[in-house]
Design a protein around this ligand. Sequence first.
Ligand code: ATP
Ligand code: MG
Length: 558
Amino acid sequence: MSENETISNNFVQQAIEEDLKNGKYTEGIHTRFPPEPNGYLHIGHAKSICLNFGLAEYNHGLCNLRFDDTNPTKEDVEYVDSIQEDIHWLGFDWQDRKFYASDYFDQLYNYAVELIKKNLAYVDDSSAEEIRSTRGTLTEPGKESPFRNRSVEENIDLFTRMKNGEFEDGARVLRAKIDMSSPNMNMRDPVIYRIAHTTHHRTGDQWCIYPMYDFAHPLSDAIEGITHSVCTLEFEDHRPFYDWLLESLGFNVNTRPRQIEFARLDLTNTLTSKRKLLQLVKDHHVSGWDDPRMPTLSGLRRRGFTPAAIRNFCNEIGVAKANSLVDISMLEHAVREDLNENADRVIAVLDPLKIVLTNVPAGKVEYLIAENHPTHGGKRYIPFTREIFIEREDFMECAPKKFFRLKPDCEVRLKHAYIIKCDEVIKDSDGNIIEVHCTIDPTSKSGGATANRKIKGTIHWVSADFALKAEVRLYDYLLKSDENGNFPDDFISALNPQSLIVKNALIEPSVKFTAPGTHYQFLRLGYFVVDYDSTIDHLIFNRVVGLKDSWSKIQNKG
Ligand code: ATP
Ligand code: MG
Protein backbone atom coordinates (compact mmCIF):
# COMPACT_ATOMS: atom_id res chain seq x y z
CA MET A 1 0.00 0.00 0.00
CA SER A 2 1.30 3.49 -0.80
CA GLU A 3 1.80 6.05 1.95
CA ASN A 4 -1.17 8.09 0.75
CA GLU A 5 -3.46 5.07 0.65
CA THR A 6 -2.54 4.15 4.21
CA ILE A 7 -3.21 7.66 5.46
CA SER A 8 -6.53 8.01 3.67
CA ASN A 9 -7.63 4.72 5.22
CA ASN A 10 -6.67 5.55 8.77
CA PHE A 11 -9.20 6.63 11.35
CA VAL A 12 -7.28 9.72 12.42
CA GLN A 13 -7.43 11.08 8.88
CA GLN A 14 -11.12 10.25 8.72
CA ALA A 15 -11.69 12.25 11.92
CA ILE A 16 -9.79 15.17 10.40
CA GLU A 17 -11.96 15.03 7.28
CA GLU A 18 -15.10 14.94 9.38
CA ASP A 19 -13.91 18.08 11.22
CA LEU A 20 -13.19 19.85 7.95
CA LYS A 21 -16.61 18.89 6.64
CA ASN A 22 -18.17 20.38 9.77
CA GLY A 23 -16.40 23.66 9.19
CA LYS A 24 -13.83 23.25 11.94
CA TYR A 25 -10.14 24.16 11.62
CA THR A 26 -10.63 26.28 8.54
CA GLU A 27 -7.12 27.69 8.97
CA GLY A 28 -5.55 24.35 8.03
CA ILE A 29 -4.38 21.22 9.76
CA HIS A 30 -1.58 21.46 12.28
CA THR A 31 -0.04 18.50 14.13
CA ARG A 32 3.04 18.10 16.32
CA PHE A 33 5.47 15.50 17.53
CA PRO A 34 5.98 16.10 21.27
CA PRO A 35 8.87 14.07 22.73
CA GLU A 36 10.10 14.50 26.25
CA PRO A 37 13.89 14.92 26.02
CA ASN A 38 14.57 12.26 28.65
CA GLY A 39 15.99 9.57 26.37
CA TYR A 40 16.68 8.67 22.75
CA LEU A 41 13.86 8.02 20.32
CA HIS A 42 12.97 4.40 19.64
CA ILE A 43 11.08 2.50 16.97
CA GLY A 44 7.75 3.26 18.71
CA HIS A 45 8.40 6.97 18.32
CA ALA A 46 8.99 6.41 14.61
CA LYS A 47 5.34 5.38 14.32
CA SER A 48 4.23 8.62 15.95
CA ILE A 49 6.64 10.71 13.83
CA CYS A 50 5.48 9.11 10.57
CA LEU A 51 1.87 9.59 11.60
CA ASN A 52 2.11 13.23 12.71
CA PHE A 53 4.35 14.44 9.89
CA GLY A 54 2.48 12.22 7.42
CA LEU A 55 -0.94 13.64 8.36
CA ALA A 56 0.34 17.20 8.07
CA GLU A 57 1.86 16.52 4.66
CA TYR A 58 -1.22 14.72 3.38
CA ASN A 59 -3.49 17.60 4.42
CA HIS A 60 -1.09 20.31 3.20
CA GLY A 61 -0.71 21.34 6.81
CA LEU A 62 2.17 21.76 9.23
CA CYS A 63 3.82 19.62 11.88
CA ASN A 64 5.77 21.11 14.79
CA LEU A 65 8.50 19.57 16.82
CA ARG A 66 7.91 20.34 20.46
CA PHE A 67 10.04 19.22 23.34
CA ASP A 68 7.88 18.54 26.36
CA ASP A 69 10.54 19.63 28.81
CA THR A 70 8.66 20.09 32.05
CA ASN A 71 10.62 17.63 34.17
CA PRO A 72 14.15 19.05 34.48
CA THR A 73 15.47 16.26 36.70
CA LYS A 74 15.30 13.75 33.85
CA GLU A 75 16.00 15.90 30.81
CA ASP A 76 19.17 16.75 29.00
CA VAL A 77 20.44 18.59 25.89
CA GLU A 78 22.09 15.37 24.72
CA TYR A 79 18.56 14.04 24.22
CA VAL A 80 17.33 17.24 22.57
CA ASP A 81 20.14 16.96 20.00
CA SER A 82 19.73 13.25 19.33
CA ILE A 83 15.97 13.62 18.83
CA GLN A 84 16.46 16.24 16.13
CA GLU A 85 19.11 14.19 14.39
CA ASP A 86 16.87 11.13 14.39
CA ILE A 87 13.79 12.92 13.00
CA HIS A 88 15.85 14.44 10.19
CA TRP A 89 17.42 11.07 9.46
CA LEU A 90 13.96 9.53 9.15
CA GLY A 91 13.28 12.12 6.48
CA PHE A 92 11.03 14.65 8.22
CA ASP A 93 11.47 18.36 8.84
CA TRP A 94 9.77 20.81 11.21
CA GLN A 95 11.28 23.78 9.31
CA ASP A 96 11.34 26.77 11.66
CA ARG A 97 8.84 25.27 14.08
CA LYS A 98 10.97 23.83 16.84
CA PHE A 99 9.41 24.66 20.18
CA TYR A 100 9.80 23.80 23.83
CA ALA A 101 7.13 23.65 26.51
CA SER A 102 9.63 25.72 28.50
CA ASP A 103 9.11 28.53 25.94
CA TYR A 104 5.66 28.82 27.47
CA PHE A 105 6.53 28.81 31.19
CA ASP A 106 5.40 32.45 31.54
CA GLN A 107 2.14 31.84 29.71
CA LEU A 108 1.51 28.63 31.60
CA TYR A 109 2.06 30.42 34.88
CA ASN A 110 -0.45 33.08 33.83
CA TYR A 111 -2.99 30.40 32.91
CA ALA A 112 -2.55 28.89 36.38
CA VAL A 113 -3.18 32.30 37.95
CA GLU A 114 -6.25 32.67 35.78
CA LEU A 115 -7.60 29.35 37.06
CA ILE A 116 -6.99 30.48 40.65
CA LYS A 117 -8.86 33.72 39.96
CA LYS A 118 -11.77 31.72 38.57
CA ASN A 119 -11.69 29.69 41.78
CA LEU A 120 -10.73 26.64 39.73
CA ALA A 121 -7.37 25.97 41.37
CA TYR A 122 -5.96 26.03 44.90
CA VAL A 123 -2.71 25.67 46.75
CA ASP A 124 -2.61 22.48 48.78
CA ASP A 125 -0.22 22.08 51.72
CA SER A 126 -0.82 18.34 51.94
CA SER A 127 2.17 16.07 51.44
CA ALA A 128 2.47 13.89 48.35
CA GLU A 129 1.57 10.93 50.54
CA GLU A 130 -1.56 12.65 51.88
CA ILE A 131 -2.66 13.57 48.39
CA ARG A 132 -2.17 10.01 47.23
CA SER A 133 -4.03 8.49 50.16
CA THR A 134 -7.06 10.80 49.79
CA ARG A 135 -7.43 10.26 46.05
CA GLY A 136 -9.80 7.33 46.55
CA THR A 137 -9.91 4.30 44.31
CA LEU A 138 -11.72 3.28 41.16
CA THR A 139 -14.70 2.22 43.31
CA GLU A 140 -14.48 4.81 46.12
CA PRO A 141 -14.57 8.59 45.79
CA GLY A 142 -11.63 10.67 47.01
CA LYS A 143 -11.66 13.03 50.01
CA GLU A 144 -11.52 16.78 49.65
CA SER A 145 -8.37 18.40 50.93
CA PRO A 146 -8.69 20.59 54.04
CA PHE A 147 -7.01 23.35 51.96
CA ARG A 148 -9.52 23.15 49.13
CA ASN A 149 -11.60 26.10 50.16
CA ARG A 150 -8.90 28.72 50.56
CA SER A 151 -9.82 32.16 49.30
CA VAL A 152 -8.68 33.32 45.89
CA GLU A 153 -6.47 35.95 47.58
CA GLU A 154 -4.75 33.44 49.79
CA ASN A 155 -4.20 31.11 46.84
CA ILE A 156 -2.71 33.90 44.73
CA ASP A 157 -0.45 34.88 47.60
CA LEU A 158 0.76 31.32 48.22
CA PHE A 159 1.22 30.50 44.54
CA THR A 160 3.27 33.69 44.08
CA ARG A 161 5.41 32.72 47.04
CA MET A 162 5.81 29.21 45.63
CA LYS A 163 7.12 30.84 42.47
CA ASN A 164 9.40 33.12 44.45
CA GLY A 165 11.13 30.18 46.06
CA GLU A 166 9.87 30.64 49.61
CA PHE A 167 9.01 26.96 50.08
CA GLU A 168 10.89 23.73 49.87
CA ASP A 169 10.32 21.00 47.32
CA GLY A 170 7.14 19.13 48.13
CA ALA A 171 5.90 21.66 50.69
CA ARG A 172 2.95 22.76 48.57
CA VAL A 173 1.38 22.09 45.18
CA LEU A 174 -1.19 23.81 43.02
CA ARG A 175 -4.21 21.65 42.22
CA ALA A 176 -7.09 22.07 39.83
CA LYS A 177 -10.42 22.23 41.64
CA ILE A 178 -12.70 19.83 39.84
CA ASP A 179 -14.43 16.91 41.50
CA MET A 180 -13.04 14.53 44.12
CA SER A 181 -15.84 12.06 43.46
CA SER A 182 -15.43 11.89 39.69
CA PRO A 183 -15.32 8.32 38.38
CA ASN A 184 -12.28 9.48 36.38
CA MET A 185 -9.29 9.63 38.73
CA ASN A 186 -7.67 12.28 36.52
CA MET A 187 -10.49 14.66 37.41
CA ARG A 188 -9.96 14.37 41.18
CA ASP A 189 -8.22 17.70 41.66
CA PRO A 190 -5.04 16.82 39.75
CA VAL A 191 -1.79 18.52 40.72
CA ILE A 192 -0.89 21.11 38.07
CA TYR A 193 2.24 22.76 39.54
CA ARG A 194 4.93 21.45 41.84
CA ILE A 195 7.95 22.96 43.53
CA ALA A 196 11.33 21.70 42.30
CA HIS A 197 14.48 23.66 43.02
CA THR A 198 16.20 22.14 40.03
CA THR A 199 18.18 23.76 37.25
CA HIS A 200 16.42 23.42 33.90
CA HIS A 201 18.51 22.75 30.80
CA ARG A 202 17.00 25.79 29.09
CA THR A 203 15.58 28.13 31.72
CA GLY A 204 18.38 27.60 34.23
CA ASP A 205 17.36 28.66 37.73
CA GLN A 206 14.67 31.08 36.61
CA TRP A 207 11.94 28.78 37.86
CA CYS A 208 11.56 26.68 40.97
CA ILE A 209 8.01 25.62 40.18
CA TYR A 210 7.27 23.50 37.15
CA PRO A 211 3.94 22.67 35.47
CA MET A 212 2.86 19.03 35.43
CA TYR A 213 2.75 17.29 32.07
CA ASP A 214 -1.06 17.12 32.04
CA PHE A 215 -1.26 20.87 32.50
CA ALA A 216 1.54 21.87 30.14
CA HIS A 217 0.76 19.49 27.31
CA PRO A 218 -2.76 20.50 26.24
CA LEU A 219 -1.97 24.18 26.78
CA SER A 220 1.22 23.98 24.71
CA ASP A 221 -0.84 22.40 21.93
CA ALA A 222 -3.43 25.17 22.21
CA ILE A 223 -0.79 27.93 22.27
CA GLU A 224 0.76 26.55 19.07
CA GLY A 225 -2.59 26.31 17.32
CA ILE A 226 -2.39 22.54 17.00
CA THR A 227 -5.63 21.28 15.48
CA HIS A 228 -5.19 17.56 16.00
CA SER A 229 -3.31 16.36 19.00
CA VAL A 230 -2.53 12.76 18.15
CA CYS A 231 -1.31 10.63 21.05
CA THR A 232 -1.22 7.08 22.34
CA LEU A 233 -4.16 5.33 24.00
CA GLU A 234 -3.01 5.72 27.60
CA PHE A 235 -3.99 9.40 27.35
CA GLU A 236 -7.62 8.66 26.60
CA ASP A 237 -8.46 8.95 30.32
CA HIS A 238 -6.65 12.26 30.50
CA ARG A 239 -8.71 13.83 27.71
CA PRO A 240 -11.60 14.92 30.03
CA PHE A 241 -9.11 16.94 32.09
CA TYR A 242 -7.57 18.49 28.96
CA ASP A 243 -11.05 19.46 27.74
CA TRP A 244 -11.95 20.86 31.17
CA LEU A 245 -8.76 22.91 31.19
CA LEU A 246 -9.22 24.39 27.72
CA GLU A 247 -12.89 25.03 28.37
CA SER A 248 -12.15 26.73 31.70
CA LEU A 249 -9.59 28.99 30.09
CA GLY A 250 -11.97 29.93 27.31
CA PHE A 251 -10.42 28.26 24.26
CA ASN A 252 -12.90 28.10 21.40
CA VAL A 253 -14.19 24.60 20.76
CA ASN A 254 -14.03 25.05 16.98
CA THR A 255 -10.35 25.89 16.92
CA ARG A 256 -8.81 24.34 20.00
CA PRO A 257 -6.91 21.05 19.67
CA ARG A 258 -8.86 17.84 19.29
CA GLN A 259 -7.11 14.88 20.86
CA ILE A 260 -7.22 11.58 19.00
CA GLU A 261 -5.67 8.48 20.52
CA PHE A 262 -4.10 5.60 18.60
CA ALA A 263 -2.53 2.31 19.65
CA ARG A 264 1.16 2.45 20.52
CA LEU A 265 3.56 0.22 18.65
CA ASP A 266 4.59 -2.89 20.50
CA LEU A 267 7.07 -5.25 18.85
CA THR A 268 8.07 -8.78 19.78
CA ASN A 269 11.58 -9.12 21.24
CA THR A 270 11.77 -5.34 21.60
CA LEU A 271 11.79 -3.09 24.65
CA THR A 272 10.06 0.22 24.00
CA SER A 273 10.28 1.72 27.46
CA LYS A 274 12.68 4.65 27.71
CA ARG A 275 13.19 3.91 31.39
CA LYS A 276 14.35 0.35 30.66
CA LEU A 277 16.49 1.42 27.72
CA LEU A 278 18.14 4.01 29.97
CA GLN A 279 18.89 1.29 32.49
CA LEU A 280 20.59 -0.82 29.80
CA VAL A 281 22.80 2.15 28.92
CA LYS A 282 23.53 3.30 32.49
CA ASP A 283 24.45 -0.18 33.68
CA HIS A 284 26.63 -0.83 30.60
CA HIS A 285 24.68 -3.81 29.30
CA VAL A 286 25.08 -2.16 25.89
CA SER A 287 27.76 0.15 24.51
CA GLY A 288 25.42 3.17 24.47
CA TRP A 289 22.09 4.44 23.17
CA ASP A 290 23.35 3.70 19.65
CA ASP A 291 24.43 0.14 20.34
CA PRO A 292 23.30 -1.75 17.22
CA ARG A 293 21.16 -4.06 19.38
CA MET A 294 19.14 -1.17 20.79
CA PRO A 295 15.66 -0.46 19.35
CA THR A 296 16.49 3.24 19.38
CA LEU A 297 16.57 5.01 16.04
CA SER A 298 20.28 5.68 16.55
CA GLY A 299 20.84 1.99 17.33
CA LEU A 300 18.83 0.90 14.30
CA ARG A 301 20.77 3.37 12.14
CA ARG A 302 24.10 2.03 13.35
CA ARG A 303 22.82 -1.49 12.86
CA GLY A 304 22.17 -0.57 9.23
CA PHE A 305 18.40 -0.11 9.11
CA THR A 306 17.49 2.53 6.55
CA PRO A 307 15.01 5.42 6.89
CA ALA A 308 13.07 4.08 3.91
CA ALA A 309 12.70 0.67 5.55
CA ILE A 310 11.45 2.17 8.80
CA ARG A 311 8.99 4.45 6.99
CA ASN A 312 7.72 1.55 4.89
CA PHE A 313 7.31 -0.51 8.01
CA CYS A 314 5.31 2.23 9.77
CA ASN A 315 3.22 2.55 6.67
CA GLU A 316 2.54 -1.19 6.50
CA ILE A 317 1.53 -1.57 10.15
CA GLY A 318 -0.98 1.27 9.84
CA VAL A 319 -2.78 2.99 12.70
CA ALA A 320 -5.44 1.41 14.86
CA LYS A 321 -7.54 2.14 17.90
CA ALA A 322 -6.75 -1.14 19.69
CA ASN A 323 -3.38 -2.23 21.04
CA SER A 324 -1.74 -5.11 19.24
CA LEU A 325 1.64 -6.72 18.95
CA VAL A 326 3.67 -6.54 15.75
CA ASP A 327 6.17 -9.26 14.87
CA ILE A 328 9.72 -7.87 14.70
CA SER A 329 10.28 -9.97 11.60
CA MET A 330 8.05 -7.50 9.75
CA LEU A 331 10.58 -4.71 10.40
CA GLU A 332 13.38 -7.02 9.32
CA HIS A 333 11.43 -7.83 6.18
CA ALA A 334 11.18 -4.12 5.38
CA VAL A 335 14.92 -3.54 5.59
CA ARG A 336 15.64 -6.70 3.62
CA GLU A 337 13.42 -5.48 0.81
CA ASP A 338 15.17 -2.13 0.72
CA LEU A 339 18.67 -3.59 0.82
CA ASN A 340 17.91 -6.36 -1.65
CA GLU A 341 17.16 -3.57 -4.10
CA ASN A 342 19.89 -1.16 -3.10
CA ALA A 343 22.90 -2.95 -1.60
CA ASP A 344 25.81 -4.10 -3.74
CA ARG A 345 26.91 -7.69 -3.39
CA VAL A 346 30.39 -8.61 -2.16
CA ILE A 347 32.05 -11.71 -0.79
CA ALA A 348 33.23 -12.26 2.76
CA VAL A 349 34.16 -15.44 4.59
CA LEU A 350 33.30 -15.40 8.28
CA ASP A 351 34.89 -18.65 9.36
CA PRO A 352 37.75 -19.32 6.94
CA LEU A 353 39.04 -22.73 5.81
CA LYS A 354 42.06 -22.72 3.51
CA ILE A 355 41.82 -24.37 0.11
CA VAL A 356 44.91 -24.99 -2.04
CA LEU A 357 44.16 -25.28 -5.74
CA THR A 358 47.01 -27.53 -6.74
CA ASN A 359 46.74 -27.01 -10.50
CA VAL A 360 46.89 -23.20 -10.22
CA PRO A 361 50.50 -21.98 -10.27
CA ALA A 362 51.76 -20.14 -7.18
CA GLY A 363 52.05 -16.40 -7.82
CA LYS A 364 49.51 -16.37 -10.63
CA VAL A 365 46.68 -13.83 -10.24
CA GLU A 366 43.63 -13.92 -12.44
CA TYR A 367 41.02 -11.17 -12.25
CA LEU A 368 37.49 -12.46 -12.64
CA ILE A 369 34.44 -10.36 -13.37
CA ALA A 370 31.74 -10.21 -10.70
CA GLU A 371 28.44 -8.38 -10.91
CA ASN A 372 27.67 -5.90 -8.13
CA HIS A 373 23.94 -6.51 -8.24
CA PRO A 374 21.79 -9.16 -9.95
CA THR A 375 19.52 -6.68 -11.72
CA HIS A 376 21.36 -3.38 -11.91
CA GLY A 377 24.67 -1.77 -11.11
CA GLY A 378 28.18 -2.27 -12.38
CA LYS A 379 30.82 -4.93 -12.28
CA ARG A 380 34.08 -5.35 -10.44
CA TYR A 381 37.12 -7.59 -10.70
CA ILE A 382 37.99 -10.06 -8.00
CA PRO A 383 41.43 -11.69 -7.75
CA PHE A 384 41.66 -15.47 -8.01
CA THR A 385 44.77 -17.22 -6.73
CA ARG A 386 46.18 -20.67 -5.88
CA GLU A 387 45.20 -20.32 -2.22
CA ILE A 388 41.73 -19.27 -1.29
CA PHE A 389 39.46 -19.40 1.74
CA ILE A 390 35.97 -20.80 1.88
CA GLU A 391 33.48 -20.98 4.75
CA ARG A 392 34.45 -23.81 7.10
CA GLU A 393 30.86 -25.06 7.15
CA ASP A 394 30.90 -25.37 3.34
CA PHE A 395 33.23 -28.34 3.65
CA MET A 396 32.34 -31.70 5.22
CA GLU A 397 34.60 -34.67 5.32
CA CYS A 398 31.90 -37.23 6.03
CA ALA A 399 28.98 -35.58 4.36
CA PRO A 400 25.45 -36.84 3.92
CA LYS A 401 24.22 -37.42 0.37
CA LYS A 402 22.24 -34.18 0.31
CA PHE A 403 25.25 -32.02 1.19
CA PHE A 404 25.84 -30.17 -2.09
CA ARG A 405 28.87 -28.19 -1.04
CA LEU A 406 32.50 -29.29 -0.89
CA LYS A 407 33.19 -32.89 0.15
CA PRO A 408 35.88 -35.46 -0.72
CA ASP A 409 35.99 -36.55 -4.39
CA CYS A 410 33.13 -34.26 -5.31
CA GLU A 411 32.74 -31.00 -7.16
CA VAL A 412 31.34 -27.63 -6.29
CA ARG A 413 31.27 -24.28 -8.13
CA LEU A 414 33.11 -21.26 -6.77
CA LYS A 415 30.92 -18.19 -7.29
CA HIS A 416 32.12 -16.07 -10.24
CA ALA A 417 34.96 -18.58 -10.79
CA TYR A 418 35.68 -22.26 -11.49
CA ILE A 419 34.31 -25.65 -10.63
CA ILE A 420 36.67 -27.32 -8.17
CA LYS A 421 37.08 -30.91 -7.08
CA CYS A 422 38.19 -31.98 -3.62
CA ASP A 423 41.23 -34.29 -3.77
CA GLU A 424 42.78 -34.39 -0.32
CA VAL A 425 42.14 -33.32 3.25
CA ILE A 426 45.20 -32.19 5.24
CA LYS A 427 45.07 -32.52 9.03
CA ASP A 428 47.32 -31.68 11.95
CA SER A 429 48.50 -34.29 14.46
CA ASP A 430 45.29 -33.85 16.48
CA GLY A 431 43.14 -34.64 13.49
CA ASN A 432 41.94 -31.07 12.88
CA ILE A 433 41.52 -30.11 9.26
CA ILE A 434 44.02 -27.40 8.39
CA GLU A 435 43.56 -27.23 4.64
CA VAL A 436 41.92 -28.98 1.74
CA HIS A 437 43.59 -29.60 -1.61
CA CYS A 438 41.48 -29.28 -4.73
CA THR A 439 41.89 -28.92 -8.48
CA ILE A 440 40.04 -26.56 -10.76
CA ASP A 441 38.36 -27.43 -14.03
CA PRO A 442 40.21 -24.78 -16.07
CA THR A 443 37.52 -24.45 -18.75
CA SER A 444 34.60 -24.06 -16.35
CA LYS A 445 34.69 -20.34 -15.70
CA SER A 446 32.19 -18.03 -17.35
CA GLY A 447 32.67 -18.16 -21.16
CA GLY A 448 34.72 -21.38 -20.96
CA ALA A 449 33.97 -24.67 -22.76
CA THR A 450 32.55 -26.36 -19.65
CA ALA A 451 31.01 -23.24 -18.08
CA ASN A 452 27.51 -24.63 -18.22
CA ARG A 453 28.30 -27.99 -16.72
CA LYS A 454 25.55 -28.79 -14.17
CA ILE A 455 26.85 -28.69 -10.60
CA LYS A 456 24.47 -28.71 -7.66
CA GLY A 457 26.22 -26.36 -5.25
CA THR A 458 27.84 -22.94 -5.48
CA ILE A 459 29.91 -21.58 -2.61
CA HIS A 460 31.64 -18.27 -1.92
CA TRP A 461 35.38 -17.72 -1.45
CA VAL A 462 38.09 -15.07 -1.19
CA SER A 463 41.71 -15.04 -2.35
CA ALA A 464 44.11 -15.79 0.50
CA ASP A 465 46.65 -13.33 -0.94
CA PHE A 466 44.30 -10.40 -1.43
CA ALA A 467 41.54 -10.74 1.15
CA LEU A 468 41.31 -8.03 3.79
CA LYS A 469 40.83 -8.73 7.45
CA ALA A 470 37.54 -7.49 8.82
CA GLU A 471 35.80 -7.51 12.15
CA VAL A 472 32.27 -8.71 11.54
CA ARG A 473 29.63 -8.31 14.25
CA LEU A 474 26.68 -10.66 14.20
CA TYR A 475 23.69 -9.68 16.27
CA ASP A 476 20.79 -11.46 17.86
CA TYR A 477 17.98 -10.00 20.00
CA LEU A 478 19.13 -8.41 23.25
CA LEU A 479 16.17 -10.06 24.96
CA LYS A 480 13.56 -12.44 23.73
CA SER A 481 9.95 -11.82 24.67
CA ASP A 482 7.24 -14.43 25.09
CA GLU A 483 4.63 -14.74 22.33
CA ASN A 484 2.63 -11.90 23.92
CA GLY A 485 5.60 -9.57 23.68
CA ASN A 486 6.22 -9.64 27.44
CA PHE A 487 9.55 -9.70 29.21
CA PRO A 488 10.22 -11.02 32.71
CA ASP A 489 10.00 -8.34 35.44
CA ASP A 490 13.69 -8.69 36.07
CA PHE A 491 14.46 -8.15 32.40
CA ILE A 492 18.20 -7.76 33.01
CA SER A 493 18.40 -11.43 33.98
CA ALA A 494 16.89 -12.33 30.61
CA LEU A 495 19.57 -10.60 28.53
CA ASN A 496 20.71 -12.86 25.71
CA PRO A 497 24.43 -13.65 26.16
CA GLN A 498 24.62 -14.49 22.44
CA SER A 499 23.30 -11.12 21.28
CA LEU A 500 26.71 -10.12 19.90
CA ILE A 501 29.16 -12.50 18.26
CA VAL A 502 32.33 -11.08 16.76
CA LYS A 503 34.01 -12.85 13.83
CA ASN A 504 37.50 -12.31 12.47
CA ALA A 505 36.47 -12.51 8.87
CA LEU A 506 38.13 -12.12 5.48
CA ILE A 507 36.62 -9.97 2.77
CA GLU A 508 37.35 -9.27 -0.88
CA PRO A 509 39.66 -6.29 -1.49
CA SER A 510 37.11 -4.16 -3.37
CA VAL A 511 35.70 -2.81 -0.10
CA LYS A 512 39.00 -1.40 1.16
CA PHE A 513 38.01 2.26 0.94
CA THR A 514 34.39 1.79 1.80
CA ALA A 515 32.74 4.55 3.86
CA PRO A 516 30.94 4.03 7.16
CA GLY A 517 27.22 3.65 6.60
CA THR A 518 27.64 1.81 3.26
CA HIS A 519 25.47 -1.27 2.86
CA TYR A 520 26.40 -4.58 1.28
CA GLN A 521 24.96 -7.97 0.84
CA PHE A 522 27.63 -10.52 1.74
CA LEU A 523 26.74 -13.37 -0.57
CA ARG A 524 24.85 -16.09 1.27
CA LEU A 525 25.40 -14.40 4.66
CA GLY A 526 23.04 -11.46 4.90
CA TYR A 527 23.03 -7.69 4.72
CA PHE A 528 25.78 -5.72 6.39
CA VAL A 529 26.68 -2.10 7.00
CA VAL A 530 30.09 -0.52 7.54
CA ASP A 531 30.22 0.58 11.17
CA TYR A 532 30.96 4.20 12.18
CA ASP A 533 34.20 3.09 13.82
CA SER A 534 35.46 1.29 10.71
CA THR A 535 38.76 2.51 9.20
CA ILE A 536 40.97 1.40 6.32
CA ASP A 537 43.25 -0.31 8.84
CA HIS A 538 40.44 -1.89 10.82
CA LEU A 539 37.33 -2.65 8.82
CA ILE A 540 34.19 -3.27 10.87
CA PHE A 541 30.89 -4.55 9.52
CA ASN A 542 27.60 -4.96 11.37
CA ARG A 543 25.09 -7.51 10.21
CA VAL A 544 21.72 -5.81 9.68
CA VAL A 545 19.75 -8.99 9.03
CA GLY A 546 20.32 -12.43 7.62
CA LEU A 547 18.92 -13.44 4.23
CA LYS A 548 16.20 -15.74 5.52
CA ASP A 549 12.90 -13.91 5.57
CA SER A 550 10.77 -15.28 8.38
CA TRP A 551 8.09 -12.61 7.81
CA SER A 552 7.32 -13.90 4.31
CA LYS A 553 7.01 -17.35 5.83
CA ILE A 554 4.56 -16.15 8.50
CA GLN A 555 2.52 -14.32 5.88
CA ASN A 556 2.35 -17.23 3.49
CA LYS A 557 1.10 -19.48 6.27
CA GLY A 558 -1.68 -17.01 7.13
P1 ATP B 1 7.70 8.61 28.69
O1 ATP B 1 6.66 9.69 28.52
O2 ATP B 1 7.32 7.51 29.59
O3 ATP B 1 9.08 9.11 28.88
P2 ATP B 1 7.11 8.08 25.94
O4 ATP B 1 7.51 6.88 25.17
O5 ATP B 1 5.69 8.45 26.06
O6 ATP B 1 7.78 7.85 27.32
P3 ATP B 1 7.55 10.67 24.79
O7 ATP B 1 8.83 11.35 24.56
O8 ATP B 1 6.57 11.34 25.68
O9 ATP B 1 7.92 9.27 25.37
O10 ATP B 1 6.88 10.30 23.41
C1 ATP B 1 6.71 11.22 22.37
C2 ATP B 1 5.57 10.81 21.51
O11 ATP B 1 5.78 9.53 20.97
C3 ATP B 1 4.28 10.76 22.30
O12 ATP B 1 3.28 11.42 21.56
C4 ATP B 1 3.99 9.30 22.44
O13 ATP B 1 2.61 9.07 22.44
C5 ATP B 1 4.67 8.70 21.19
N1 ATP B 1 5.09 7.33 21.46
C6 ATP B 1 5.90 6.90 22.44
N2 ATP B 1 6.03 5.56 22.42
C7 ATP B 1 5.30 5.12 21.37
C8 ATP B 1 5.02 3.83 20.81
N3 ATP B 1 5.54 2.71 21.32
N4 ATP B 1 4.21 3.76 19.73
C9 ATP B 1 3.70 4.88 19.19
N5 ATP B 1 3.92 6.13 19.67
C10 ATP B 1 4.70 6.25 20.75
MG1 MG C 1 5.15 10.51 27.11
